[in-house]
Design a protein. Structure first.
Ligand code: MLT
Length: 244
């Protein structure tokens, strides 16, 4: 099993990701919010690459079962129903709903992966479910870190540490024969350096500090929880749903 980690999704396009096994991580906050929405009963997440696509798709879906969620500069997009805080995606709001989802980096990485063979959405909050699924898959895969929004797709420490935690957990117990690329080894080294307190690490990262500044300190607490949302979002057709 070969594990690769890319620290940005910028240099990939759909064709390069086609038929690959992919894990998308955007801990702050798109992957965590996707996991939270589905854990709270959303029917599906429809990731799109830009606002124009979100508007276009909304027009072709029934209004009462569809919500638009996402962000620009961390804040809700005008005309959308929801922002990008996992705390907004409550059962009362999202149960049974299809969510057209547009964020700066996370939904773009998910949308680019729509022709993947397998696509899993990972965060700290569903760590064990992701690791278990990758063990069962027992095949090569690429972890695609979405990066953060300061400058689109920039290296993001919290995503790299999360990727490193997946790699480390797959190594124990040593049942699988793993081949790690330089990216996977670098992610693992970062997890070993910064993984002791995930919340503490997040509070010092570029995007973590930005989210605190714009009033989302509570999101860091949610996004740093380990196994607090034990569900597995995966690609189903061209949308993301929970694995049954
Ligand atoms: C993104 O997709 O870039 C992020 O999820 C931004 C955010 O924190 O809302």
């Amino acid at each position: 099993m070969k594990i690769d980690v890319s620290f940005s999704a910028n240099h990939f396009d759909e064709l390069q990701l086609r038929d690959k096994n992919i894990v998308v991580i955007d801990v702050l906050r798109a992957s965590t919010t996707t996991i939270a929405a589905l854990a709270q009963g959303a029917r599906e997440i429809i990731p799109v690459a830009n606002i124009e696509s979100a508007v276009k798709i909304s027009g072709s879906l029934f209004g009462e079962v569809t919500l638009r969620g996402g962000e620009r500069s961390g804040k809700m997009i005008e005309g959308f129903n929801l922002g990008n805080s996992p705390l907004e995606y409550t059962e009362a709001t999202v149960k049974g709903k299809s969510i057209i989802y547009c964020t700066t980096n996370g939904s773009v990485a998910m949308s680019k992966s729509r022709y993947a063979r397998n696509l899993l959405i990972a965060g700290f909050v569903n760590m064990s479910a992701v690791v278990q699924s990758l063990k069962e898959l027992n095949n090569d895969f690429l972890i695609l870190c979405a990066g953060h929004s300061g400058t689109s797709g920039n290296f993001s420490l919290e995503d790299a540490v999360c990727a490193g935690m997946i790699v480390t957990r797959l190594q124990k117990p040593e049942l699988l024969s793993l081949e790690l690329t330089d990216g996977a080894r670098a992610a693992q080294a970062l997890y070993k350096s910064f993984g002791r307190s995930i919340l503490k690490m997040m509070k010092t990262t570029d995007h973590g500090k930005y989210l605190v500044e714009i009033g989302y300190a509570g999101d860091l607490e949610i996004c740093s929880g380990i196994d607090t949302m034990p569900v597995l979002p995966q690609l189903s057709g061209t949308v993301i749903k929970l694995k049954k």
